[in-house]
Design a protein around this ligand. Structure first.
Ligand code: C2E
Ligand code: MG
Ligand code: MG
Ligand code: MG
Length: 298
């Protein structure tokens, strides 16, 4: 049918496109019931201090396995959850669960938890209440929580909305909660947003952290990473290199005086119980990708 319909109709009736649309509808329907069916879990990926290899924090990463089905990647279901608004209740669950899991880690080891927050959540007027409620119910102090926000999450908001988002973040910061800019360097207006935003941490996107080796690309990455580290230093922000996959990258980052890093080279995202064990015997956290360490479940 697509063929005989001429050029313009090819796109409309492309069988693959139709399959994708059905897929999205199926995912959206599944997402609606996923919370009550308890199909979500959180994995935690350590953030490492490169000066002593200690775990200084963790990032909570959402995992979804529909009952009887295969795991769905966050890259596929998060955008859909944002479009449908389902990210608001799902995100509230993430915040609460992450605070519950992190309470003991924070109490025993001073390890804080970073939670990813979508723009859609920030634009809810009662977002601060949702966050503070998660802290109250879990017993985690505000100093144990970091909110990770991408620049694009803010760009999507209009100017008036941006102002109220900034007010909300400032209010949360008064409770000791810290704000991280996620995927830093990939947005369009990094610097102007840095001036407006109440920020404590920059997370250098993994597009820039492949800094080792002799290629032109890695030299360019190294230049960008150095520039971001310098910016962080000037603005008195902590800087975390994301997506560090090899010992060579870790070494090169150490040479640049990059203090904090996260990536498969150090540890993969893992279930809470595995992280609890890893923190109790620190050597096992750094078993590396080839070691027998915990494997990301999704
Ligand atoms: P992100 O916040 O930038 O998280 C880092 C992503 O990089 C995670 O993917 C993590 O598993 C992956 N990663 C960690 N180390 C390495 C490495 O060495 N190499 C490579 N190639 N990847 C690495 P994941 O878990 O699939 O999450 C993807 C994105 O989905 C996240 O990016 C975040 O934007 C979003 N996301 C995940 N959980 C949540 C959540 O609870 N709420 C919201 N709103 N978004 C979430
Ligand atoms: Mg993140
Ligand atoms: Mg990131
Ligand atoms: Mg990301």
């Amino acid at each position: 049918a697509a063929k005989s319909g001429g050029k313009n109709r090819v796109a409309l009736y492309h069988p693959q496109l139709r399959a994708n649309q059905l897929d999205l509808t199926r995912i959206a329907t599944g997402l609606r019931h996923a919370t009550q069916r308890q199909e979500f879990t959180l994995n935690y990926q350590p953030v490492i201090d490169l000066t002593n290899d200690a775990v200084i924090g963790v990032e909570a990463l959402l995992r979804w396995t529909p009952s009887g089905g295969a795991p769905v990647s966050p890259a596929d279901f998060i955008p859909l959850a944002e479009e449908t608004g389902l990210i608001v209740p799902i995100g509230a669950w993430v915040l609460h669960q992450a605070c519950v899991d992190a309470r003991a880690w924070h109490e025993r080891y001073g390890v804080g938890v970073a939670v990813n927050v979508s723009g859609r959540q920030l634009r809810e007027p009662d977002f601060p209440e949702t966050v503070l409620d998660a802290l109250r119910r879990s017993g985690l102090p505000g100093s144990g929580l970091i909110l990770e926000i991408t620049e694009t999450a803010l760009v999507a908001a209009g100017a008036a909305e941006t102002t109220s988002v900034i007010e909300r973040l400032e209010r949360l910061r008064q409770h000791g909660i810290r704000i991280a800019v996620d995927d830093f360097g990939t947005g369009y207006s990094s610097l102007s947003y840095l001036r407006q935003l109440p920020v404590d941490i920059l997370k250098i996107d993994r597009a820039f952290t492949a800094v080792a080796g002799d290629t032109e690309q890695s030299a360019e990455n190294a230049a960008f990473t150095r520039a971001i580290l310098q910016l962080g230093h000037t603005l008195d922000l902590h800087t975390v290199a994301e997506g560090v996959e090899t010992a060579e990258q870790a070494g090169a980052l150490r040479q640049m005086d990059c203090r904090l890093a996260q990536g498969y080279h150090f540890a993969r995202p893992m279930p809470a119980a595995d992280l609890t064990r890893a923190l109790a015997s620190p050597a096992s956290v750094r078993s590396g990708p080839a070691g027998p360490g915990p494997v990301d479940q999704g």
